[in-house]
Design a protein around this ligand. Structure first.
Ligand code: SAM
Length: 316
């Protein structure tokens, strides 16, 4: 895509007040530059590394490295041996809201988990007693299982369920629910990939509504005092800040949590704590992220635990 579409230009004007910023944003999408990549170390780092590393960023955990563009860690034997998981630096940015959680988080549910980057991040960051990883698309679920196995996340349990089942069958049980939501995928352009129709209002609204549905189910699954992390890899405010506004109106007990290390990335499109990495930063393709806490008091009579079969039916 060499010429910016009218819809991209319109979005740039809504995202940035100043013309130079609008131009930089558009440039990052119409003429994408090679971006650094990141690796999560799921096993101890060897003393000698086969890649040259970029300097660590403030929100980069000790078990993450950033690599020069073109490093291709996915083709190295360390990858096949399960030592590393490769992901976009933007994914590390988005998942880093987890660092604002200081209490132990024994039960974590990743509702939109495949191919597994955020699940593995949460596993390494929080070392939960129980890690539930859900993926609605069965074929993607197989990739998720392969990645979790390869990287040694043996504690993880993988589900192939609609998020509604968790809300209905396991209400108010999870200490942390991750919603790395399906989105219009506008940041694919910054990676040099195609994302047809990604700026079209129909695409954006369809994704925003899907995100609200997932978040409504996620919110009902979070335990009192627990956390909900919402993130996307797209730029439209309808899918990001406006979804956060909707969540707070619909579930006022969910309060946004400031994430101190992401303060320099505070979204200028919201008064609430929520954070954006822009593609023109050169760090990654771009992401949006926000952390919420369920401030509701504990339910007086928590439901008895139930198990769910692969059709989503409750088993007593
Ligand atoms: N968290 C993953 C990672 O870090 O590797 C990436 C998740 S990707 C952005 C979004 C995922 O949501 C996709 O795997 C997609 O199949 C799944 N998804 C699509 N529709 C969904 C729905 N209605 N409910 C839950 N998940 C959905």
């Amino acid at each position: 895509m060499a010429v910016p579409s009218k819809l991209l230009q319109k979005l740039a004007r809504r995202l940035f007040q100043q013309a130079p910023e609008q131009a930089q944003f558009i440039e990052a999408l119409v003429r994408p530059q090679p971006l650094p990549s990141a690796i999560l170390w799921s096993r101890p780092r060897p003393p000698q590394l086969p890649w040259s590393l970029l300097p660590p960023l403030p929100w980069q955990p000790a078990w993450v490295d950033r690599l020069e563009p073109g490093s291709q860690p996915g083709q190295h034997p360390l990858h096949d041996a399960g030592h590393v998981y490769c992901l976009d630096v933007s994914s590390v940015f988005a998942a880093s809201v987890i660092a604002a959680i200081t209490e132990p988080r024994p039960t974590v549910l990743d509702l939109c988990a495949a191919p597994g980057g955020k699940s593995l991040y949460a596993w390494l960051a929080l070392q939960p007693q129980r890690l539930f990883c859900n993926e609605v698309i069965r074929k993607r679920g197989r990739i998720l299982i392969a990645n979790l196995k390869r990287c040694g996340a043996k504690e993880a349990l993988v589900f192939n369920l609609d998020p509604e089942y968790f809300a209905q069958q396991l209400p108010q049980t999870m200490d942390l629910v991750l919603v790395d939501a399906p989105c219009s995928g506008q940041s694919l352009l910054a990676k040099g990939s195609k994302a047809l129709g990604c700026f079209h209002p129909v695409t954006v609204n369809k994704n925003a509504n899907r995100q609200k549905r997932i978040l409504a189910n996620a919110a009902q699954t979070v335990a009192p005092g627990g956390y909900l992390a919402y993130m996307t890899c797209t730029y439209s405010p309808e899918e990001n800040e406006q979804v956060c506004d909707w969540l707070q109106q619909r579930f006022p007990q969910f309060q946004p949590v400031p994430v101190p290390h992401l303060q320099p990335y505070q979204s200028s499109l919201s008064e609430q704590p929520c954070y954006r990495l822009w593609p023109q930063s050169g760090l990654g393709a771009g992401a949006f992220t926000a952390l919420f806490r369920n401030t509701a008091a504990a339910a007086p009579f928590p439901l008895a635990p139930q198990f769910i079969d692969h059709h989503g039916r409750g088993l007593r």
